[in-house]
Design a protein around this ligand. Structure first.
Ligand code: KE4
Length: 444
């Protein structure tokens, strides 16, 4: 592909998108896929294997979206595919208990000792909304603290716009989400423990839980500052609120036992998704037995789901977690590939003379058109937003696919080899040079 060519979707993707927009809002089933932040229309995927996806026109891309995190083994790993096929031959859904629910729960509890009991659901959103309901039911309190820039799915309580200052009540930022619904959602600043202490000083006896991404992955990748997670643990203990780690991205991604293992901070409740399902729809919430005992049918806090614990999804998740547990060097490889990808990003930007900050935790990364450091949502938003769409499209034009939003993370999988990263490095250099044509965004 030529260096100056602007990427555009192929003919078949164009035809498919024309059909899709007549049937699906924006032609997609999840907004970020629509390319609104980067211009043009999305390519439609025809198939995927290992580190690659092919679009409907046969163009191949090296994939760093990895389905937004689940595909830690790469696309269609043979053991996962086989597990799903053999499960499907025995039935696709029972609406009744089956052994696969036990075996996956056993793996989760073994890998995350803070999870003594776990409930399977069908998405990360279901997991976080259920965990918050449970925290409120267990404590008898109504407020929660979340962080500006963190995303916990689309449940009403989380869809709020951080008002000016970090200590205000949230206000709805999506029509349909009422002030009453979010009046119990308090906003704090990620990596600023003082803003959390202020909320507790003001509302401590009515805060049921603090919910946090232990590594922020939805403002780009922003790791926890030293002592931040420990500070949350201390405040929750002091005010008898629950600490909820939203590990939908970080669970089994940044370590076998997730961020709570990597950073050594115990959560009262943990929410999971993505890797847990190995590419099929699975979410989960779990934690202390005394808290989980409040969940129906044992306790009064209600939560249910027709397809929760689906046998195919359990099989895909189990095959994925078993590979992560049975291969002693897989996390070393993931760490190594993550480090190489970060180095390639940094050196390509440096060679092009483009200011860039790269954050990384294991095999999840984020990059910012910013001198850095980028350790807060405020720093993230000070990045040069004009550069990202140009960079994104130039990468696509050279066969590399990253998330179509500056506020997402990149992922490498166990299918991303040195050769794959080397060919990515060439595209990175060209794409960074291309961004030099962009006028500097105001405020950047
Ligand atoms: P889902 O309902 O999308 O399965 O999970 C919601 C969720 C909860 N918690 C965290 C930390 C998450 O990152 C997510 C979902 N992540 C986004 C992108 N980072 C999913 C992509 C999309 O919305 O299409």
């Amino acid at each position: 592909m030529s260096d100056s060519r602007e990427w555009e979707a192929g003919m078949r993707s164009v035809e498919l998108f024309e059909q899709a927009v007549k049937l699906l809002p924006g032609g997609v089933n999840s907004p970020v896929r629509a390319f609104n932040a980067v211009g043009g229309q999305p390519f439609f995927v025809d198939r995927a294997q290992g580190p690659y996806v092919w679009d409907a026109d046969g163009n191949r891309y090296i994939d760093y979206v990895c389905s937004w995190g689940p595909l830690i083994l790469g696309h269609s790993p043979p053991d996962v595919v086989e597990a799903v096929i053999s499960a499907a031959r025995k039935g696709t859904s029972f609406g009744a208990p089956h052994e696969g629910e036990i075996t996956l729960a056993q793996e989760v509890c073994r890998m995350m000792p803070s999870v003594e009991l776990v409930r399977m659901v069908n998405s990360g959103t279901e997991a976080t909304m259920s965990a918050v309901r449970l925290a409120r039911g267990f404590t008898g309190r109504s407020k929660i603290v979340k962080f500006e820039g963190c995303y916990h799915g689309h449940a009403d309580a989380f869809l709020i716009k951080a008002g000016s200052g970090a200590a205000t009540f949230g206000v709805p930022n999506s029509p349909g989400v009422t002030e009453n619904t979010v009046s119990d959602t308090l906003i704090a600043t990620y990596n600023d423990i003082e803003t959390v202490a202020e909320q507790f000083e003001a509302h401590g006896d009515d805060i049921a839980a603090v919910i946090v991404e232990p590594v922020a992955g939805n403002m780009g990748c922003v790791p926890p500052a030293d002592g931040f997670l420990e500070g949350l643990r201390d405040l929750c203990d002091k005010y008898e609120a629950l600490l909820v780690f939203d590990e939908v991205i970080t669970g089994f991604r940044v370590a076998r036992g997730g961020a709570q293992e990597r950073f050594g901070v115990r959560a009262d409740l943990t929410t999971l998704g993505k890797v847990l399902g190995g590419g099929l729809p699975v979410g989960a919430y779990g934690g202390r037995a005394d808290i989980m005992a409040k969940i129906s049918p044992v306790g009064p806090v209600y939560q249910a789901g027709t397809l929760s614990g689906n046998p195919l999804a359990m099989a895909a998740g189990l095959a994925t977690l078993r590979r992560l547990n049975d291969d002693p060097s897989i996390y070393l490889r993931l760490e190594d590939m993550g480090r190489k990808m970060a180095q390639n990003l940094e050196s390509a930007a440096r060679d092009a003379g483009v200011p860039l900050t790269v954050n990384r935790v294991g095999s999840m990364l984020g990059f910012f058109f910013n001198e850095g450091p980028v350790d807060s949502y405020e720093a993230v938003t000070a990045s040069d937003s004009n550069k990202f769409p140009i960079f994104f499209n130039a990468l696509l034009g050279h066969g590399v696919s990253i998330a179509p939003s500056a506020f997402e993370s990149l992922f490498v999988s166990d299918a991303h080899t040195d050769e794959v990263l080397d060919s990515t490095a060439t595209a990175l250099r060209i794409a960074f040079e291309k961004t030099l044509e962009a006028p500097r965004a105001k405020g950047a």
